[in-house]
Each structure stands twice: as C-alpha cells, then as structure tokens.
Write a protein that binds this ligand. Structure first.
Ligand code: GDP
Length: 534
C-alpha cells in the first residue's frame, strides 16, 4: 500500500458503480430520477423523462424507440451524494434489448433490483437476476409502489426466494400500505421513520424518526396496525434470515427496502444504507490474476459500443469501465487485443443530463471514447506494456434467428460492412453455414425488435434494403469440446450446425426436446448456453 497514489486510493474508496434492473414499469426510471434528485444532480423530478425525449430528438435511428415509446439503450449517469461519487448504469427496459443490459451488468459492481409491490418478481427481472447471480455481485432489492395496494410483504419475500432462489433480509419494514403507507421501521437503527409530504414526489421527503415504544405511534397508527407491526417484527426476528454482510457481498442474501419512488418515501434511507453496504470498485480478474483498482497502472475494458450518439457525425462511442489507475484526457494507452497504441483524445462522461469532456476519471467510472471502428466489446485498454486482458464478456444466447439477404446484389459490400459493424456493437450475432456454396448469413438476436433496428440501420446508414426471412430456431448451444468431430456427431432433423464469428461450431435448435436428444446421443460433447468473447 505504501507506494500507492493516495489520490487514487481516495477516489476509489468513494466510488460506487451499480446497475438498476427491473421489469418494465416497475419504476426504474422513477427511482433513478429520485436518486438524482437527492444527489442534487437535478433540481426537480421529471427531468430524467425529458432526458429520454431529448435523446429521441438527437438520435435518428432511435426513431423506432420514439414510435414505440421505449428506451432502447443503456446510459450512464454520474452524480455525487455526500462524499460518494455514484455511477448509475441505466439499462433498457424493453426485453428485446436485454442483451445490452446483460453486458452493462458486467461493468457494474452491484445491482439494484426494483420490484413492483403489486406484481412481485416478473419475467424480465428473473432473466436479469440470473446474470447478476452469475457474476456473484451484491443485489439490493427496492420494493416499489408501496403507496398502492400491493401484495403482503411476507409474500413478496417468499416470492424472491421461490422465483429467484435468493434469501432476503428486510432492512426496513413497511407500516401500512396503499394510501395508508405511513413510513417504515428501520431494523438496524431500531426506529420508526415517518415520511412527510414531498409535494407528490417533486421535493425531497422529510423524515421524522422516533422510537417504536413511544406511545404516540400507537395513537398515530391505530391499535390494530400498531399491534400488527409488533407481531410482524417479532416474526421477522425469529423466523427470518439473520443479517450477514458476507452473504450480502457475495450476492447470496439480498437486503430488501420497502418504499415508493413516486412519492420519495423511503428513497433516501435506501440510498444511505445502500451506499454503506455496497462495495467500492473491487479487484477485477484478468489473465494475469486480479488487478488492484488502486494500482497506478490505468486499465479498463469496453463493455458496450453504441453508434449514432450524434447522428450528424455518425459517430461510434465505446463505453469503457475503468478498473484501475487514473485516467487523464489525451493519454496514450495500449489497445491490448490489437496490440496498438491509441490516444484517448475526446473522452466523454455522462453527468446527469449532460455529456461533458472528461479530464480525469478513476476506477468505477465509465467513460465514452470515440471509436473509429477499432474496438470490440470485451477489449482491454491499459497504460503500461503488460498487456493484461480482462475476462471476456459473455455472448448471450439469441432466441430468434433469420436469414438476411440484400435485395440488391450490387450492394453486397455495404451490406457486409453494415452487418459487421452491427455485430461489433453486439446488437446482432452472425452465424454462417460452413461448406455451402453461396454464403448465407444467419442472424441471431435476443429480441425480435433488434431485427427492426437491423433493417432500419442498414437502410439508413448503409443504403441497403434487406429481406429478413425468419427461421424457426429458438435455442443455441456452443459446442465447447476441443476436438469436436462432425463426422461422429449425431444430429436431429430439425437442428442446424453453424459457425459463429470466430468459426466456433454452434448448434441451433427449434425446441428443448432436440437439445436433450443431442445431449443424449453425443455424451462426449459439451454444450454451453453462453459463450465468452475472445
Ligand atoms: P420503468 O419502466 O421501470 O422505468 O418504470 P417508470 O419509472 O417509468 O414507472 C412506470 C410507472 O409507474 C409510471 O407511471 C410511474 O409514475 C409509476 N410509478 C413509479 N414509481 C411509483 C410508485 O412508487 N408508486 C406509484 N403509485 N407509481 C409509481
């Protein structure tokens, strides 16, 4: 520690980088907005939504987004709260773009899962949760919309366990619900926290706290509600899971907070407690072992590439998660995968609603760097010549497949270029059938809307009209055995063998049954649902 740069150590310590995940409509945007409100990054609630619409106005391929009123891509927001510097990785709500969310989770150190109290765990949350679980990052649960009629809190905890297989520890417990949602009991501080009017969520909600034994609460809640609270707290203490910070940090126990993002009730206590528990940037794994974030050597990896952030320039931005050292504008770094030096001249950061040129940044921060078409998802950039490579970013299983052709054979060159670029951005996966005469492209996507984006962008950016012919495949498995021998491999009629972009053998299936059949018939072959990028 002695020769570490104290500035870096200090900056790492105060940083928190997390992603917010939820099923659409659970309240992710509202909660994000309220966190910004508390951080003083916006003066009034309602601004994040307008950020969304500004983004629509400047980004023409997001026409689709505009038409459908959904947020397609993730963005990053940085703000300060007390002495913390917070990076929120916002993720697209629509499930058709969940691959983007999967990748974004790779850049986060923890996740906040927003659950609608009237719905419990929903399908999209379940999928995203799996990725958090795979990474072993801490997961915090915010049970939202307590100001409305919802499920019983015990039932919600049970749902977390049954649907997600995670144990929970309620950090606070709701007092009343629906219009009667008055506040919460804070279990760590052993106090009642009552929320005051926040002007319908426009302003910060003031908190009055007090001791549960104070007779005024019995009067305030009414004897029934008061007794119910006492009984429930007792039940939690005896039958609930004990508090265990190690388990929380390993993602085995989720701290649960009840609140209402809309009315700001419970938002600030959640933020404080979350910041206390969630870890600062921790060491990340590379091919040379763990890299200490406090190290002097700047390093990071690219987890996302986005085109047309600014349509007048048709630019591409690569999002870099800084993992160690200090970043300074204009620095020259090694692009490890290409073994080339690059200068990071106009790095950008995303502060609340604005994009600004960043002068310095630290581990945990996300910066956007201009990509002239050289970066790929998963690439490492580092300052010294060590050439470390961070762990690859997984390629998630596409669920929809189609043959894609250009209508005009003369445009084949532009067509291929467009396909390659979209594939580098990670918005489509390209498969080929080896050994057939005419080259045929099979495109895999996680959500069907991605086909619309593909069609739209190929036309608008590359001048290519395409035909998209949907295929009946729904599942993919990468064959990961080293010496896969096609001749001795037993297929089913409705399965196809293809190659991914790295010429790895891949199987695509129409149904579960075929996957099981093939596993049965080829016991020596290993199949994987997720593949690692090189
Ligand atoms: P997202 O799709 O997860 O980003 O959800 P939004 O934040 O856009 O919220 C979806 C809807 O739920 C909006 O109409 C919000 O105003 C509403 N909403 C969000 N939080 C709350 C809450 O705490 N209580 C109530 N009653 N409504 C909420």
């Amino acid at each position: 520690m002695s020769d570490m740069n104290p500035e870096i150590v200090q900056e790492v310590k105060r940083r928190r980088t997390f992603a917010i995940i939820s099923h659409p409509d659970a309240g992710k945007t509202t909660l994000t907005e309220k966190l910004l409100l508390y951080g003083g990054a916006i003066r009034e609630a309602g601004t994040v939504k307008s950020r969304k619409s500004q983004k629509h106005a400047v980004s023409d391929w997001m026409e689709i987004e505009k038409q459908r009123g959904i947020s397609v891509t993730s963005s990053v927001l940085q703000f300060n709260y007390e002495n913390h510097c917070i990076n929120i990785l916002d993720t697209p709500g629509h499930q058709d773009f969940s691959e983007d969310t999967y990748r974004t989770l790779m850049a986060a150190d923890s996740a906040v899962m927003v659950v609608d109290s009237s719905k419990g765990v929903e399908s999209q949350t379940r999928k995203l949760f799996k990725v958090c679980k795979m990474r072993g990052i801490p997961i915090f649960t915010f049970i939202n919309k307590m100001d409305r009629q919802g499920k019983d809190p015990f039932e919600l905890l049970e749902d977390l366990e049954n649907s997600l297989g995670i144990r929970s520890y309620p950090m606070n417990w709701p007092i009343g619900s629906d219009k009667n949602f008055k506040g919460v009991y804070n279990r760590a501080k052993q106090q009642i926290e009552m929320f005051n009017d926040s002007n319908h969520g426009q302003n910060i909600a003031k908190i009055d706290s007090g001791d549960l034994s104070d007779p005024k609460y019995k009067e305030m809640f009414g004897a029934d509600l008061h007794q119910k609270l006492l009984d429930e707290l007792e039940l939690l203490d005896h039958a609930g899971d004990p508090y265990d910070l190690d388990k929380i940090l390993q993602g085995e126990l989720t701290p649960v907070f009840f609140g209402s993002a809309l009315t700001n009730f419970g938002v600030e206590p959640f933020l404080r407690s979350f910041l206390e528990l969630t870890p600062p940037p921790i060491a990340r794994v590379s091919n040379e072992g763990e890299i200490d974030p406090n190290s002097d050597n700047f390093s990071g990896f690219i987890f996302k590439i986005q085109a047309n952030m600014n349509p007048t320039h048709r630019d591409r931005i690569a999002f870099l998660r800084i993992c160690s050292g200090k970043f300074t504008k204009g620095m020259q770094v090694n692009h490890v995968q290409e073994n080339k030096k690059v200068r990071l001249a106009q790095p950008q950061q995303f502060m609340a609603q604005d994009r600004v040129v960043v002068e310095t940044a630290y581990p945990g921060d996300i910066i956007g760097i201009h990509d002239p078409g050289i970066f790929r998802i998963g690439d490492t950039l580092c300052e010294d010549a060590s050439g470390i490579k961070y762990e690859g970013i997984p390629v998630f299983a596409p669920e929809h497949f189609a043959k894609v052709y250009t209508k005009n054979a003369l445009k084949r060159k532009q067509f291929i270029k467009g396909i390659e670029q979209l594939s580098e951005e990670g918005s489509i996966q390209v498969f080929r059938r080896p050994n057939i005469g005419v080259e045929e492209l099979i495109i895999g996507v996680v959500g069907v809307l991605q086909f619309e984006v593909l069609e739209y962008r190929l036309k608008n950016e590359y001048g290519v009209d395409v035909i998209i012919e949907s295929l009946p495949y729904r599942y993919v498995r990468w064959i990961t055995s080293d010496n896969f021998d096609k001749k001795n491999f037993s297929m089913t009629m409705d399965t196809m063998l293809v190659q991914d972009e790295y010429t790895n053998p891949v199987l695509i299936f129409q149904n579960d049954w075929s996957i099981r059949q093939i596993e049965e018939r080829n016991k020596n072959v290993k199949l994987e649902e997720i593949s690692l990028r090189k």
